[in-house]
Design a protein around this ligand. Structure first.
Ligand code: AKG
Ligand code: FE2
Length: 294
C-alpha cells in the first residue's frame, strides 16, 4: 500500500476548504476547527460519565459478521458509567458505533456550535462513537456515501482512508459496505493480500479536538490508540455517481443481502468472503498480465 499523510492545517477558511479539499475530494485534518465550542474544553470521559451515567449503551466488538445478526445489531449493552470505567481500566474490544447520545442527553447539544465550511450539514442529531485502547472500527464506507466531518475527543486515534477508485484491490465483500475482516489495516500482510500492493490511500492521527474531513464515499478504518470518542456530522453526497450508489445501497443492496442471509444463512456469508479473494485476485492477474505485456 502507498499511504500518504493526510494534510493538516490549524484552521481554514470556507473558500479554501471548498477549493483545496471539497472540490478535489481530498481528506484533511483541521486541528482547531472547534476551538470555540464548549465541547472542546468540556467533552471528556468524566463529563460524559457524569451526564449520561444511567443510559444503556449498545456495544459492538470485532467478531466477524454472522448471518443471524441484523444490520448494525449490537452485541451487548451496558450502562454508560460502567462502560466508561471499563474503557479507562482495561483494554476492551467493546465499541459504541453510531449512537445518538445527543438525543438521549439533550443537554449535550448546548456544547456545540453551528458548523459551516460551505457544505450543508444534514439535519438530525450527530452520531457518536466510542472505543477502548487498540480497538478498531472495521474498514468500511458509509451507506449514503456522505461527506463526513469527524470530530475526536479525549484520546488519540489512527485513521486509514481510501477513495472508491481503490475498490477492486481492497478485497471488498459483495453486497456490503465492508472488506475482508481479517486484514489488519494498521499493518497489512501484503504476502497474504497481494492486491494491496496496488492500493493508494491516506493515513493520519487524530487527537483531542481535531476534525477530519472524509470526502464522499471514502473507506475508513479507525483504530483507537488510546481510549476516546468521536462525533460525526454529514453532508449529502453530491456527485451523481455517488448519489446513485447511495440510493442503490439503501433501497436495494441492504434488502437483497438480508434476503440472501435468510435463504442461505452462513453459507451466503462464507461464499461472499471467498468471492472477495477470488474476484480481487482475478483483477490482480489482469493488471499484472497487462503490465508484463507493456
Ligand atoms: O470512530 C469510529 O469508531 C467510526 C467512525 C465512523 O465510521 C464514521 O464516522 O462514519
Ligand atoms: Fe463510518
Amino acid at each position: 500500500m502507498q499511504l500518504q499523510a493526510i494534510d493538516r492545517v490549524k484552521t481554514i477558511s470556507k473558500e479554501d476548504f471548498i477549493r483545496l479539499y471539497y472540490r478535489k475530494q481530498k481528506p484533511v485534518i483541521i486541528e482547531e476547527a472547534i476551538a470555540d465550542w464548549p465541547a472542546f474544553t468540556k467533552w471528556n470521559f468524566d463529563y460524559i460519565k457524569a451526564i449520561a451515567a444511567d443510559k444503556q449503551v449498545p456495544l459492538y466488538d470485532d467478531r466477524p459478521v454472522d448471518h443471524k445478526d441484523g444490520f448494525n445489531q449490537p452485541h451487548a449493552t451496558m450502562r454508560m458509567d460502567a462502560y466508561i470505567d471499563l474503557l479507562q481500566q482495561a483494554p476492551t474490544k467493546f465499541r459504541i458505533f453510531l449512537w445518538n447520545l445527543l438525543k438521549e442527553v439533550p443537554a449535550l447539544q448546548a456544547d456545540y456550535r453551528p458548523f459551516n465550511l460551505g457544505l450543508p450539514i444534514m439535519k438530525g442529531l450527530p452520531m457518536l462513537f466510542f472505543g477502548g485502547r487498540d480497538s478498531h472500527t472495521f474498514m468500511h464506507y458509509d451507506i449514503d456515501l456522505a461527506n463526513i466531518f469527524h470530530f475526536h475527543f479525549q484520546g488519540k486515534k489512527e485513521v486509514v482512508l481510501f477513495d472508491q477508485k481503490q475498490n477492486k484491490f481492497l478485497y471488498k465483500i459483495a453486497h456490503s459496505l465492508i472488506v475482508r475482516e481479517d486484514i489488519n489495516w494498521s499493518n497489512p500482510d501484503e504476502e497474504k493480500w497481494p492486491a494491496l500492493h496496488y492500493v493508494t490511500g491516506f493515513k493520519g492521527t487524530l487527537e483531542h479536538g481535531q476534525m477530519l474531513y472524509m470526502p464522499e464515499g471514502y473507506w475508513h478504518y479507525m483504530k483507537y490508540i488510546t481510549p476516546g470518542f468521536s462525533m460525526s456530522l454529514r453532508s449529502i453526497a453530491r456527485k451523481p455517481r455517488h448519489l446513485a450508489k447511495a440510493l442503490y445501497n439503501v433501497l436495494v443492496m441492504r434488502y437483497f443481502d438480508q434476503m440472501m442471509r435468510r435463504l442461505r444463512g452462513q453459507k451466503w456469508i462464507d461464499y461472499k468472503n471467498q468471492q472477495a479473494i477470488e474476484r480481487t485476485h482475478r483483477h490482480l492477474a489482469k493488471i499484472q498480465s497487462k503490465s508484463a505485456a507493456a
